[in-house]
Design a protein around this ligand. Sequence first.
Ligand SMILES: Cc1cc2nc3c(=O)[nH]c(=O)nc-3n(C[C@H](O)[C@H](O)[C@H](O)COP(=O)(O)OP(=O)(O)OC[C@H]3O[C@@H](n4cnc5c(N)ncnc54)[C@H](O)[C@@H]3O)c2cc1C
Length: 490
Amino acid sequence: MADPLATLTHPPVPKSKLRNWSATYNCAPSLFFAPVSNQEVALVLTEAAKRGKKVRAVGLHNSPGPVWHSDEWLVSMRNFKQARFEAGKPRHAILGAGLSLREANPILASHGLSLPTVGSLPDVTVGACFCGPDHGSSAFHPIVTASAKACTIVLPSGEIRRIAVGEDLFRAAGVGLGALGIVTEVEFECDEAFGLEFTMTRIRLEDYLDDNDSGKKLFELARSEEYVKLWYYPCPTWSPSSPNTVLWRAKRTPMPPPRKEHWSVPYTAKLMHILHGLAYFTTTYLFPALQPYLNWIMFWLLASSLPKTQTLRSYEAQTMDCGYAQLVDEWCAALPAPSSPPSVTSSSKSPASPGAAILRRLVAYLNSREGRSIGMHAPVELRFSLNRGEDFYLSPGAPYGRLLGREGGRDEENDLMLWIEPIIYRPLNLPTPARFYRFTHFLEDLLRSYPASRPHWTKAHFPTPERELLRMWDAERVEAFRRVRKEQAR
Ligand SMILES: Cc1cc2nc3c(=O)[nH]c(=O)nc-3n(C[C@H](O)[C@H](O)[C@H](O)COP(=O)(O)OP(=O)(O)OC[C@H]3O[C@@H](n4cnc5c(N)ncnc54)[C@H](O)[C@@H]3O)c2cc1C
């Protein structure tokens, strides 16, 4: 009998090589598929079920990994690049799962639309953005995934389903890392297209952290403009009041024309990458003790030109050139609205603001003798998202009222998540020295020791044991996710 897979438009490729963005992970799936329709995705999934094969979707394989494995079948979404706009839904866009945000953002703009927030990396596919989670930085908007209102998913049985907000399956598939099925298109609710006027200034991070960890000053800083993020440079300073952090704040403006880059920009960027790479090579592999001083120089090279204001399209302002290969670990922690601190019961000795407490201890560690000896790279990126407006079962941004011991699991309107992302560069793609893994161990132990802190699923992190999963999301959510997944796998 003929092999049903032979009917696919593009025959599967055996052992094709796949490498992630930071070159920290390689894999060669046993078969690599590039279907062109929902029906072809369904065929791959049903054939895999018959042959006992595991299948996973892949976007631009930028995630740190190990998300994929060599004995699996991989399904690329590269042929799902359609964009549809329905007359009856003026602010909705239905985007193919294989479109990258680099491609999707200008398409949305040409229809007078913008996503309310986007992350720093434009090379993320719509499918990964939905299954991710992807987040930008705004205390007034939840993670990017929250803008998704419906999607088309092909289930392991081969059934093609359209699912939407309010359905259990949608709550499980969003931020579900593709564990429920393969998403082929996502319907987003957008805002009217807008620009951002952003201003960069210098501050001292410690001025926004208080000894009793109320989180009040940090919370107020996060809400001081619609979009706020911070880059903290662990480095020695002239005095206890000298700045060590760049504060990036942006407010909405009417949509400006697209950015026109001077011809020299790519060459200057290339030169900067080379200089940056050489400097980091020296401190990472030869003289780690010099790293805090290099951070100091990097900070002042940037800070001496501040304050600086610029207006760009929203997606141009929020995304950035991420430079060269990095090992990143990212977690988020609760930054509750200070007006309504969590009740502290005898069983939970939680500070009012776990996010602020974690950050204070992290800064203290980085400035300690032990922390300095690691030679942590700069910057440590700090971002915010609203802890309301999405309710995917396993989302890091899911409500945390119950985890903080609040009465009846009450969630507050303005609660935030603080995202903490140390960046460890990999100059010349050389292996990362062990001391940086000691640092990520320290960071994760610190985060895990507080309630309501959770890993970013598509960034590198150490495994989350069952016990911790149940604690971080609360057992009810995890059970609900598993129940829905089991129902679909039947
Ligand atoms: C330099 C850099 C900067 C970054 N900046 C940010 C940031 O600012 N904010 C942020 O939140 N993240 C950020 N990230 C993380 C990034 O958003 C994620 O790694 C994202 O998943 C990458 O997109 P991708 O298309 O390469 O996904 P992939 O790496 O290909 O896939 C990611 C996961 O999604 C699953 N998946 C992908 N498509 C589908 C689909 N159609 N159906 C079902 N499952 C699917 C895959 O199986 C995999 O588990 C950054 C990453 C890098 C490398």
